[in-house]
Design a protein around this ligand. Structure first.
Ligand code: G16
Length: 542
């Protein structure tokens, strides 16, 4: 029995960098979830009988929204809903299922690295048939629908039990519950030399994976411990919890400090890694070195051919605009394409589908390839392990050799969190107002060579995205980028990205804050950050 329920629109259902993210109590308002999901289905316009993947990172409220989504999918003409057992699917595993099972799309429930729990964050995102996040054309249609919605459709009956793998029915719709790990594990096995990685581990190579009580626990335990032979206990915080154990599932220097400290100890393991709430981000740490996401992208791109899945070489690399230009140097030297896109994995989809790029990455701890259409935390870990198994060098040796060969891009991102929205908008507006007169201005030893507000023309479909971040480039190639985060749920988050290039290996051993000192000061002068936000420094530096 299908019920059509009258509703009224909410004005704030505009998807951000990665779907709609709000606090849990906000999502719990009557009809808030239903309105958004109906708006997705109305934009997706599924063929009758189409199939849909549904799953999430297991955070608080995941269970309820999975049930609602199944009931609404059944009422909106979907013939089959494929759902991870207990509603669990990591974001890359969901992307893989959409592709493997050729579904019309998928709904992924996650607020990624944001904290969970009754007062934490929640999120809903729609992915299209290629497995990737819906492009702006569709997210805009979803938003438009959400502003006009008058009713939603939902099955009157409860959704079937999703705790057991197998098929059942809700009205005319088949609900298929799958093991969340199995298909993903098969894919990883095709890409990487599991035998070589297992041999590396058997030879005494030690590792630790911090799942941060988030979704990757079961994936990492199955693959690293059960398949590759890492000893039990290699995966720590491996049990997913609705509130991530009270932690903040963001694999950065602040929230993954315990892992980093463990790796910095003289007798620490050879390799450490962590992933985020929904399993798409990664942090890579070697004994004595934290690998910055931008460097990790460059190293992976330069060495991917060592893994069987990429043995033929890679077609090209894409990075988001604020990501450091380390990957560009790899592309230039190897004679392959390099693409600079706005922040947001959705911008990589067309490039991957068109075969223009094989590897993509972002400074926000995301790396991935054409194997799915999302960034993939465990994939990055396995590619690193495959490279380590082939090169038999330490992480530190590999990164330092990379800098010697390609030069070093010193890089930092400074985040000012929960600042006043009006102050943040004012800061960006003031920067934009001054862009035209910026070129040629001198700040200490730095002279501005170019200044713009990044806009992107998709080389595949010609769509244009404007206002994607203010770039101030100095002669010599150093740069400062300012943009406002599109994933926060409270106030505004200002991100300032600071970068310089050092070709001389003799100068590769200073810390980034030393190498970037003048640029860091200049970022405050040009951005008027202290003056406009009242903050004397960033909350997080990555
Ligand atoms: C999302 C997007 C990424 C983006 C990141 C940060 O990641 O998928 O493409 O780089 O947000 O975005 P912002 O700087 O706007 O906060 P995730 O892991 O949160 O889904």
């Amino acid at each position: 029995m299908i019920e059509t329920v009258a509703t009224t629109p909410f004005e704030d259902q505009k998807p951000g960098t990665s779907g709609l993210r709000k606090k849990v109590p906000h999502f719990q308002k009557p009809h808030y979830v239903e309105n958004f999901i109906q708006s997705i289905f109305d934009a997706a316009k599924p063929e009758p009988g189409a199939s849909l993947v549904v799953g999430g990172d297991g955070r608080y409220f995941n269970r309820e929204v999975v049930q609602t989504t199944i009931r609404m999918a059944a009422a909106n003409g979907y013939g089959r809903v494929i759902v991870g057992r207990n509603g669990i699917l990591s974001t890359p595993a969901a992307s893989n299922l959409i592709r493997q099972r050729k579904t019309s799309g998928g709904i992924i429930l996650s607020a990624s690295h944001n904290p969970g729990g009754p007062d934490g964050d929640f999120g809903i995102k729609y992915n299209i048939a290629n497995g990737g996040p819906a492009p702006e054309k569709i997210t805009e249609a979803i938003y438009e629908n959400s502003r006009r919605i008058t009713a939603f459709r939902i099955a009157r009956d409860a959704a079937p039990d999703i705790s057991v793998v197998g098929e059942s029915r809700l009205g005319d719709t088949v609900v298929e519950v799958v093991d969340p790990v199995a298909d993903y594990e098969r894919l990883m096995e095709q890409l990487f030399d599991f035998g070589k990685i297992a041999a590396l581990i058997a030879s005494g190579f030690t590792l630790r994976f911090d799942a941060m009580h988030a979704v990757t626990g079961p994936y990492a335990t199955r693959i690293l411990e059960e398949r590759l032979g890492a000893p039990a206990g290699t995966v720590v915080n491996g049990e997913p919890r609705e509130d991530f154990g009270g932690g903040h599932p963001d694999p950065n220097a602040v929230h993954a400090a315990a892992l980093i400290n463990h790796l910095m100890a003289p007798n620490g393991p050879d390799f450490g890694a962590a992933s985020d709430g929904d399993g798409d981000r990664n942090l890579i740490v070697g004994r004595g070195i934290v690998v910055s996401p931008s460097d990790s992208l460059a190293v992976l791109a330069a060495n991917a051919h060592l893994a069987p899945g990429y043995a033929k070489g890679i077609a090209g690399i894409a990075r988001s605009m604020p990501t450091s230009q380390a990957a560009d140097r790899v592309a230039q030297k190897r004679g392959i394409g390099i693409y600079e896109t706005p922040t947001g994995w959705k911008f990589f989809g067309n490039l991957l589908d068109a075969g223009k790029v094989t590897i993509c990455g972002e400074e926000s701890a995301g790396t991935g390839s054409d194997h799915v259409r999302e960034k993939d935390g465990l994939w990055a870990v396995l590619l690193w392990l495959n490279i380590l198994a082939e090169r038999r060098q330490s992480v530190k040796e590999i990164v330092e050799a990379h800098w010697r060969e390609f030069g070093r891009n010193y890089y930092q991102r400074h985040d000012y969190e929960e600042i006043d929205k009006t102050a943040a908008d004012g800061l960006m507006e003031s920067l934009r107002d001054r862009l035209a007169s910026m070129s040629g201005q001198r700040f200490g030893t730095l002279v501005v060579s170019e200044a713009d507000d990044f806009s992107y023309r998709d080389p595949v479909d010609g769509s244009i995205s404007t206002g994607q971040g203010v770039r101030i480039v100095f002669s010599g190639g150093s740069r400062i980028v300012y943009r406002l985060s599109g994933t926060g749920t409270q106030g505004a988050t200002l991100r300032v990205y600071i970068e310089c290039f050092e070709p001389d290996p003799a100068k590769h051993n200073v810390t980034p804050d030393v190498a970037l000192a003048e640029l860091i000061n200049t970022a405050d002068v040009i951005g008027e950050i202290t003056k406009r936000t009242g903050r004397s420094g960033p909350d997080v530096i990555t």
